[in-house]
Design a protein around this ligand. Sequence first.
Ligand code: HEC
Length: 180
Amino acid sequence: MDSFEFNKISGAVLGTLLFVMGLGLFSDGLFSHAPLKAAGYDLPGAVEEHGHGGAAAAAAPAEPLPALLAAADAKRGEGLVKPCATCHSFDKGGAAKVGPPLYGVVTRKVAGLDFAYSEALKGKGGAWEFNALNEFITAPASYVKGTKMAYGGEKDAKKRADILAYLRTLSDAPAPIPAK
Ligand code: HEC
């Protein structure tokens, strides 16, 4: 092999090596990814934390009722009680329909009117404070088992707060919004 041929061969080998290295750099660039912010797998401690956080987050109500009420809007609530109006009147001195009239219902005695209430509601006791109303409207049949109120419930806490804010205005002396 003369030196010229040797140079050709080594040049080709070197060229190939450079090409492969270049390819490596290039594909690194192509397939690069941002560095992971956290380990890609849960460490034993982290797993436990996740479990707790998840359970607590699922169990805890989104926001306490007073905070929701403070942010609520009675005008929006007036729009949201349309389904209730099939069965309830909201006017002062309004007559009973399928359900009892709701003017002044906030803080009123539960089943406190002259109305053919269910035994279940008559046996409930207490008054319609914001908390009680909130629970009742969430799921009437679970809050008062055996209630005659055939309404599925409003599951959106913010919408319920708007409804309560509206019901509160149906009074000559609206009840104060609970501070906490
Ligand atoms: C399908 C008819 C119907 C609909 C819709 C309905 N209600 Fe009722 N509601 C009733 C009946 C009937 C009762 C009496 C329940 C009982 O005696 O168990 C009642 C009772 C109530 C009471 C208790 C009143 C009292 O004097 O103790 C409240 C508060 C109430 N409804 C609010 C609402 C609100 C707010 C809505 C809408 C989000 C609504 N209802 C939708 C029929 C209805």
